[in-house]
Design a protein around this ligand. Structure first.
Ligand code: SF4
Length: 134
């Protein structure tokens, strides 16, 4: 007996409603409702091996801002997101931080790094942490 899964594609804001049909062994036999190849790939992965990009923040020591936004450099298994967030929460980096800096290499041995997505300069002398530097 085949299994039918209804999904909303999250690869772009359009949010196409996609239907995935799998056979008894879980093999994808049909994908409909997608408007592009990205949605086709997303839907196929979502029912067999769901993955996500993780975004978060990391504490910055001595920065003009207290934290820097970060994300995984690629998809990780959806089931490892919580562990990934716990690993990210333990990280402190020293200012300055530049976009693309690796703040945590090979998180959880998944072959994916945690990288900065914002520049955070070093705090100037006398400047309070998180102060507006206008
Ligand atoms: S199928 Fe393509 S167009 Fe539709 S939401 Fe997904 S990425 Fe966007």
């Amino acid at each position: 007996m085949s299994k039918v899964t209804e999904l909303t594609c999250i690869r772009c804001p359009i949010g196409c409603a996609i239907t995935v049909t799998q056979d008894d062994e879980g093999k994808v036999t049909e994908i409909t409702g997608n408007s592009c190849q990205n949605g086709y790939l997303y839907a196929g992965n979502e029912v067999t091996n769901p993955t996500r990009i993780v975004t978060s923040t990391v504490r910055v020591d001595g920065g003009e801002l207290p934290v820097v936004s970060v994300k995984t450099s690629g998809d990780i298994p959806k089931g490892r997101m919580f562990d990934c967030m716990k690993a990210i929460n333990k990280v402190h980096v020293k200012a300055p931080v530049s976009i693309g800096d690796v703040v945590l290499k090979d998180v959880l041995g998944l072959g994916v790094d945690i990288v900065a997505t914002k520049n955070v300069g070093a705090r100037r002398q006398g400047q309070a942490e998180g102060a507006d530097i206008g």
